[in-house]
Design a protein around this ligand. Structure first.
Ligand code: MG
Ligand code: MG
Length: 250
């Protein structure tokens, strides 16, 4: 069921979104050659809890971390670990959710650590811009297919592919709500958008094939061909005019 949030609920969504966006930046500040993904996760969790919120991902479906931290060919759902160390030249995806008084924010970004390849930097830039191409269609009266087709068109025109197995989603009192928001589709098709809906738009973009596989740990999603992947996500409030990025704290 698609939920339309009232003004009281949207107040909480705004706070959850701000905490989520800030926690993501706390994680980004910790990124450097030699840091473990567990250390990044610890700092994110501490920040969220200091804000009076709780990490949405911790325990979700049994997930053991507060953030998903995925490196290079890992697409999403990387498990933070003391043994997983970031190196110069890596691209690192940090995906964070914070729950404030029952409402969730959800946001992800991809960061370059030190000097990365030209392809890696282009992938990061195209993924971010793919999000903005899609979110430009995220307004009341449009459909999720308008958003997804814009993302896919931009990504494909740059020679990369969008992951199809995992998609964006409504977000609110549940971390994952209806509707699904694919990063592909047909303009004019799919669920209609209404003012007061909050959705996570989150392109996952691969340099090579769109195909993915899941690691033996049961969580980490990898590109099937071992090539790089990037991710960019905001929680977006649909209005009759411009969409509002609830997790964008600059
Ligand atoms: Mg996310
Ligand atoms: Mg999400």
């Amino acid at each position: 069921m698609i939920s339309i949030k009232n003004s009281e609920q949207l107040k909480l969504m705004r706070v959850a979104g701000r905490i989520t966006g800030e926690a993501l930046l706390v994680g980004a500040e910790a990124l450097r050659d030699g840091v473990s993904t567990k250390e990044i996760d610890r700092r994110i969790r501490a920040y969220i809890e200091k804000c009076g919120a709780r990490p949405s991902f911790l325990g979700y479906g049994g997930f053991p971390g507060s953030a998903c931290i995925s490196i290079n060919n890992e697409v999403i759902h990387g498990i933070p670990s003391d043994n997983r160390v970031v190196k110069d030249g890596d691209i690192v995806k940090i995906d964070v959710g914070a729950c404030y008084r029952g409402y969730h924010g959800d946001s992800a970004r991809t960061f370059a650590v030190g000097h990365v390849s030209e392809t890696a930097q282009k992938l990061i830039d195209v993924t971010r811009e793919g999000f903005y191409q899609g979110v430009g269609f995220a307004r009341a009266g449009n459909r999720v297919g308008d958003v997804g087709s814009a993302v896919e068109r931009y990504v494909a025109s740059n020679g990369f592919s969008v992951v199809r197995k995992y998609v964006g989603h409504g977000v609110g009192s549940d971390l994952h709500e209806d509707p699904e928001v694919p990063n592909f589709g047909t303009a004019g098709r799919g669920a209609r958008l209404y003012a007061g809906m909050t959705i996570a738009i989150e392109p996952m973009v691969n340099v090579g094939t769109a195909d993915v596989r899941v690691l033996k740990d049961g969580w980490t999603v990898l590109t099937a061909d071992g090539k790089l992947s990037a991710h960019y996500e905001h929680t977006v409030l649909i209005t009759d005019e411009e969409p509002i990025l609830l997790t964008d704290v600059g």
